[in-house]
Design a protein around this ligand. Structure first.
Ligand SMILES: NC(=O)c1ccc[n+]([C@@H]2O[C@H](COP(=O)([O-])OP(=O)(O)OC[C@H]3O[C@@H](n4cnc5c(N)ncnc54)[C@H](OP(=O)(O)O)[C@@H]3O)[C@@H](O)[C@H]2O)c1
Length: 245
């Protein structure tokens, strides 16, 4: 069956690996993001790897005007429609502490922009009676930590949104997967000190593909983060508030 995937934030390290894997399976791709030159190069690479179609379209999470052209392209595509959201931004918590106005951009990039698009896309899944949405959140959304609680709050909001959307679309044959990566080697984490168990973006892409095939609901990637976060979530608040993890 013909599948079309729109990938938002397609220039992300994880998204590139995911797009390449989908290409090798012959799917059609709409690669959406801010850097058109980079996206066109990626589209050419995906075509060479076997994508039945690969095109680049502009998408900035902070600009609602970019939604319609992508939704139009999806409407015209045949077969099952799918979306994967890899958009994310993580300014240092200390910068946000100095300039609270940065909070708005963090929420737009990690939550309201992706949710706005997915909300307009959801009726297409309902109309076609199937399709998968992959939303990349973060382990940071599982508990507010001193080091990145603004970013964590935006991811937590995204997780909650995805859970509700899963509930809604499941009734129409659609499916929603929440992906919670731990530390991953990418532009977002470049130069950050104190990271451990850092995964390659290809590992995350592989885990997401498996989750799509198995129709998983929520995954941690790599999988050991499920246990780490279980421990972190169960630390009593009187102790947790004194920790600097
Ligand atoms: N790296 C980690 O350790 C880690 C851990 C947990 C979760 N995550 C999440 O994993 C996802 C992928 O991140 P990554 O690690 O692959 O980092 P990345 O390579 O820095 O990718 C981030 C992506 O978000 C895009 N983006 C940021 N703001 C945007 C906006 N306003 N509109 C459209 N696109 C925007 C970037 O586009 P440009 O290329 O135009 O900048 C880039 O494609 C993100 O959701 C991130 O929060 C990452």
């Amino acid at each position: 069956m013909q599948h079309t995937w729109v990938i938002l934030g397609a220039t992300s390290a994880m998204a590139r690996a995911f797009a390449r894997a989908l290409s090798e399976q012959g799917h059609a791709l709409i690669l959406a993001g801010r850097d058109m030159d980079d996206l066109k190069t990626l589209a050419a690479d995906c075509t060479l790897r076997g994508a039945s179609d690969a095109r680049a379209l502009r998408f900035d999470a902070r600009e609602a005007k970019h939604d319609a052209p992508i939704l139009d392209a999806l409407e015209q595509a045949e077969g099952t429609l799918n979306a994967a959201v890899f958009i994310g931004s993580m300014p240092e918590q200390a910068r946000i502490d100095d300039n609270p106005l940065l909070l708005q951009g963090v929420m737009q990039d990690n939550f309201t922009g992706p949710a706005r698009f997915l909300h307009a896309f959801a009726p297409m899944i309902e109309a076609r009676g199937g399709g998968t949405i992959v939303g990349v959140g973060s382990v940071a959304g599982d508990r507010g930590r001193i080091g990145n609680y603004a970013y964590g709050a935006s991811k937590s909001a995204f997780h909650t949104y995805l859970a509700g959307l899963r509930n809604r679309l499941g009734r129409a044959g659609g499916h929603v997967i929440t992906v919670k990566p731990g530390f991953v080697d990418s532009a977002m984490t470049w130069g950050i000190k104190g990271m451990f168990l850092v995964a390659a973006p290809g590992i995350v892409a592989r885990d997401i593909l498996r989750a799509v095939n198995k129709r998983r609901n929520v995954i941690y990637t790599p999988g050991f983060w499920r246990l780490i976060m279980l421990i972190i979530r169960t630390i009593p608040e009187p102790i947790f508030k004194k920790l600097s993890i």
